[in-house]
Design a protein around this ligand. Sequence first.
Ligand SMILES: Cc1ncc(COP(=O)(O)O)c(C=O)c1O
Length: 412
Amino acid sequence: MYNFSRKVNSEHSEDIKALMQHSTGKNLISFAGGMPNNDLFPVAEIDEIYTNLPREIKKIGFQYGPTSGYPPLRINLKKYLKKKGLPVRNNRILITTGSLQAISIITQEFVNEGDIILTENPSFVGALSVFETYRANVIGIPIDENGIIIEELKNTINRFSRKPKFLYLTPNFHNPAGIIYSLERKRQILEVLDGTGIILLEDDAYSDLYFLEKDKALTKPIKTITDYDVEIIYTGSFSKILGPGFRLGWMFASPTIFEKGENIKQALDACTSNFNQILANEFLAQNKLDDYLIFLRKEYLERKNLLQTALLKYMPKVVTWNEPKGGFYFWLKLPEILNSTEIFKKCIAKEVVFVTGRTFDPASKKDNRIRLAFSNMPKNQINKGVKIIAEVIVYFLEEHNSKTPNLKHINT
Ligand SMILES: Cc1ncc(COP(=O)(O)O)c(C=O)c1O
């Protein structure tokens, strides 16, 4: 057999491969992939941008570029981040090949085998696979509808004599939980981290995708709050707002962290595709993003409403969820006696898929949750898909009730 390194053993990486396979099968009703809608991409705009590019710029697209990124994109991105209130004066932007690469770079910068990383439980499975690959000791901390639970965060930090390297959070339209952190919770996290030397890694892939203007204020990044002694590394991405095929993300950090990150990126892939950076830069520079986002918000809101209506119509009362204010996801909570992997197996036989709860548990255990992504759903399949999942859940509940007639009856 081959003598592989220890890096190849990531259970979460295997989960992602399975997830991507289930996301796109023919005839499947798929609530699985956390991906933008195939029919909403700005294909015509990008066609026009490329056609009208001067020949000299097109040539740059074919060439290697600076590791830190295509300079005009770094300038326009700075303006975009400034509009979010981020402190652009004291920080630098490193363009990365997707924000997953930024997470990977940051992990390589700080984490040695066995080091502690704190995450939410549940947490973005892509990040979990990175942390696992670098053999970190990943500790999941529970969340409620307003974000990570502060008491649990404090207790976890106090439990270890070794200082965690960083706390990884997705405060805006969490994947998979769909929640947005309250502004109070964002501040409380900084109060806990203040002066501890624990870095905050703030992953902000979804903040532009709020549904209603009144909720925009909630999307304020934690990194905009500068009155605490906490190092915050902020990451973002074009994946959910322009298309993951661009593979464009960024890391926004203080100069020393930026410089070390640039070195690591140099060794990884030298630079991110200039072609993609040029196209994304023009999209920003020609002010196309704002109008496109207005269009996307409306489309995703419609799908969210259809899913909410279908859930209310078909799900048994014992299944609960928070209605999301933005992003792509519903995170259903099932009674503890149910197991989403079992439900998944029955649903896939009926050509409906979703992602199981345990996929997002750092320990790959807790399994009484279901993630439904509405983003890439054809509107006319949402109702049918939810009806099938609900029927399977009711089947398992009835089976449980018939096996345990003397125990507490679960009301379907
Ligand atoms: C929370 C979160 N962060 C980061 C990413 C990765 O995005 P990218 O395509 O930029 O690597 C995703 C994609 O699903 C995500 O959900």
